[in-house]
Design a protein around this ligand. Structure first.
Ligand code: TYD
Length: 210
């Protein structure tokens, strides 16, 4: 079922989630190609970010130490702009929107990782997007140990990526809890499998969305 059915949003909204190093960026590129081969219009975006203001907030969020509540509020502030300027206009045009993270990341990182009260995050979610939800959320699930190995190979870490395994265990668990709470839109993908296998899984999942 399309959760945005009662809206004049004719596009499709897909989000990609998982702990840092779970491999979601690689798979977003794959889905983008897959959809463009079918002559669909695809808007690829990310959170925090996706707008000029959002990208400025991203810079702060990823590199400046701050109170956990400040972090949550800025994540949702960036999201407010993102929805208004990018996501809803694209969905109204009938485009496919692929977002590298969305609100589930706030529940996972600020809720699970930073242990903020979930009811506060739920209040922000209701405030910022009372009706909008992704049509499908692909959750790339992998152990923090495997993810850390992958990250080490590619780049120097930002503020979140410097967190320890216990933090990422909480983030991972919060994502899984969220998936359990919203089974209709979540699809959990075992991200420790070979890339080719994961692609096949994603391919079939995308086909169910047409
Ligand atoms: P990430 O998506 O991993 O981008 P990149 O692959 O370019 O590093 O980085 C975004 C970081 O922001 C990630 O560590 C998770 C964090 N984040 C939150 O803590 N809360 C949120 O609501 C969002 C959207 C992201």
């Amino acid at each position: 079922m399309n959760p945005n059915e009662h809206h004049p949003l004719t596009g499709r909204f897909l989000t990609f989630e998982g702990i840092d190093g779970a491999g979601k960026s690689t798979h977003i590129d794959y889905v983008t190609e897959l959809l463009r081969e079918r002559d669909l219009t695809v808007v690829v975006t990310r959170e925090p970010g996706g707008t000029p203001l959002g990208e400025k907030l991203r810079e702060l969020l990823l590199h400046t130490p701050m109170h956990a509540e400040t972090e949550a509020l800025l994540m949702f502030a960036a999201r407010r702009e993102h929805i208004e300027q990018v996501i809803e206009p694209a969905l109204r045009r009938g485009d496919w929107v692929l977002s590298d993270r969305f609100t589930d990341a706030s529940f996972a990182y600020q809720g699970g990782g930073r242990m903020l009260d979930i009811t506060r995050l739920e209040a922000l979610e209701r405030w910022v997007h009372p009706h909008l939800q992704p049509d499908m959320t692909l959750l790339f699930d992998v152990s923090p140990e495997t993810a850390a190995e992958r990250l080490k190979a590619v780049r120097s870490p930002d503020k979140f990526e410097r967190e320890k395994a216990v933090f990422f265990n909480r983030v991972r668990q919060a994502y899984l809890d969220r998936a359990k709470a919203f089974p209709d839109r979540f699809r959990i993908i075992d991200s420790s499998r070979p890339i080719a296998e994961i692609r096949d899984t994603i391919h079939s999942l995308i086909d169910t969305l047409k």
